[in-house]
Write a protein that binds this ligand. Structure first.
Ligand code: TYC
Length: 153
């Protein structure tokens, strides 16, 4: 015995299906059948929620949010050592441009002095670019050869 011959709800549903089939293009119909199969598989909460539909328009159910926030690529700003820039000036740069505390700024400056280079901070591209430009500008104004570069983190 078929389901629609036994209960009025099932009969109504299959009439709705037949009428939908008459009015739909083959492509739309195939999508509808696929969507119904999907619903049967997922709609097991017993609440009878089902897939929302609006006449002939098939409303696709989204499985993930439309917009996903992506982290920006980060860039290291690297200070380079030289023989002429005073240590105090480098410490000031680290405090003013990179917002380091005095002790941390001194530690980074000494690391650069001893190792040739060191990371002053890690930032998204445009911020890193601005930091590099600011260091260049301040060093140039004070006539020191201090340089820094950026590199993908
Ligand atoms: N080497 C410099 C000096 O002896 C100090 C210095 C440290 C310069 C760090 C640049 O990025 C630098 N005066």
């Amino acid at each position: 015995m078929s389901a629609d011959s036994c209960c009025p709800m099932a009969r109504e549903a299959s009439e709705e299906l037949r009428s939908a089939r008459r009015t739909m293009s083959d492509d739309l119909w195939r999508r509808e059948v696929r969507a119904r199969k999907r619903d049967e598989k997922h709609d097991d909460d017993g609440a009878g929620g089902g897939r929302p539909s609006d006449g002939d328009t098939v409303i696709e159910r989204r499985t993930r949010p439309e917009t996903r926030t992506k982290k920006p690529p980060m860039y290291k700003v690297i200070l380079l050592n030289d023989d002429y820039t005073p240590m105090e000036f480098v410490v000031e740069i680290l405090k003013v441009v990179f917002h380091k505390q005095h002790a941390e700024a001194t530690k980074i400056m000494l690391h650069v002095h001893q190792n040739g280079m060191g990371v002053a901070g890690v930032f998204p591209y445009e911020i890193a670019e601005t930091k590099v430009r600011t260091v260049d500008e301040l060093s140039r104004q004070s006539e020191f050869p201090l340089k820094c570069v950026m590199e993908k983190a």
